[in-house]
Design a protein around this ligand. Structure first.
Ligand SMILES: Cc1cc2nc3c(=O)[nH]c(=O)nc-3n(C[C@H](O)[C@H](O)[C@H](O)COP(=O)(O)O)c2cc1C
Length: 205
C-alpha cells in the first residue's frame, strides 16, 4: 500500500503553533506518512505585523515554508490544522484559507479524509477547546472523519487535551510533553488514515 499523504496546514503569528506544526509533521513522518507542511497566507495589514517585532520576525523566519493551496488538501488523505486561539476561535488567517475551499467541498473533494486539529492560547482557559471544536464544525461540513487524540497515550494524561494538542503560550515555549502529544496525535491520524486506505483497497473502493 502507498504511504498516507498528510497535509499539516497552520497559521502562526509568533511561532508557537509553527513549533507544534513541526512536531506534528515529524510525528507523521515517523509513522510512515509523506508530509507537506504548509502555512496559510498572512492577511493582516503590514502596520499590524510591523507593530509587533516578534510577529514580523516570525514571518521573515518562515519565508521558506510553502503556502497552503487547494491542491494540498486534495492530495492529502489526512489533514491536521493548527491555529492560535483568537478570542476563543481559530485565527482569521486560517479561516480565510478555509473559506476559499467552497469549490473543493462542492465537488466532494474534502470528504472521507481524516481531520484533526491543534492550537495554542495565552492562558489555560483562554479558549483552546472552543477553537478546536470550531474547526470540528468545518470538518463536519466537509464530511471528514474527525480523529481527536483522546486519552489514547500516557502523554495525554500529562498534556491534558483530548480534543487536540494544545499549548499555553503564557507558560513559555512548547516543551517535550506537548511536543510528544503533537507527535502522538499525528501518529494516531496516520494510523487511522492507513486503516481507511487499506479497508477501501480491500473492498475495491
Ligand atoms: C487578536 C488576538 C486574540 C487572542 N485571543 C486569545 C484568547 O481568546 N485566549 C487566549 O488565551 N489567548 C488569546 N490570544 C493569544 C494567542 O492565542 C497566543 O499568543 C498564541 O498562543 C500565539 O500563537 P503563535 O505564537 O503561534 O502566534 C490572542 C491573541 C491575539 C493577537
Amino acid at each position: 500500500m502507498r504511504p498516507v499523504n498528510v497535509a499539516v496546514v497552520y497559521y502562526s503569528a509568533t511561532g508557537t503553533v509553527h513549533t507544534l506544526a513541526r512536531a506534528v509533521a515529524e510525528g507523521a513522518e515517523k509513522a510512515g506518512a509523506t508530509v507537506r507542511l504548509r502555512k496559510v497566507a498572512e492577511t493582516a495589514p503590514a502596520e499590524a505585523v510591523g507593530a509587533r517585532p516578534e510577529w514580523a520576525r516570525h514571518l521573515e523566519d518562515t519565508a521558506d515554508v510553502a503556502e497552503a493551496a487547494h491542491g494540498d488538501l486534495e492530495w492529502a488523505d489526512a489533514v491536521l490544522l493548527g491555529t492560535p486561539t483568537r478570542f476563543g476561535n481559530p485565527a482569521g488567517q486560517l479561516r480565510t484559507f478555509l473559506d476559499t475551499t467552497g469549490p473543493l467541498w462542492f465537488q466532494g473533494k474534502l470528504a472521507d479524509k481524516v481531520y484533526s486539529a491543534f492550537t495554542a492560547s495565552n492562558t489555560a482557559h483562554g479558549g483552546q477547546e472552543s477553537t478546536l471544536l470550531a474547526l470540528a464544525n468545518t470538518f463536519s461540513h466537509w464530511g471528514g472523519v474527525i480523529v481527536p487524540p483522546g486519552y489514547t497515550d500516557p502523554v495525554q494524561f500529562r498534556s491534558g487535551n483530548p480534543y487536540g494538542t494544545s499549548h499555553v503560550t503564557g507558560d513559555g515555549p512548547p516543551g517535550e510533553v506537548v511536543l510528544d502529544a503533537a507527535r502522538h496525535q499525528a501518529r494516531r491520524v496516520v494510523d487511522t488514515a492507513a486503516s481507511l486506505l487499506a479497508g477501501r483497497a480491500a473492498r475495491g473502493l
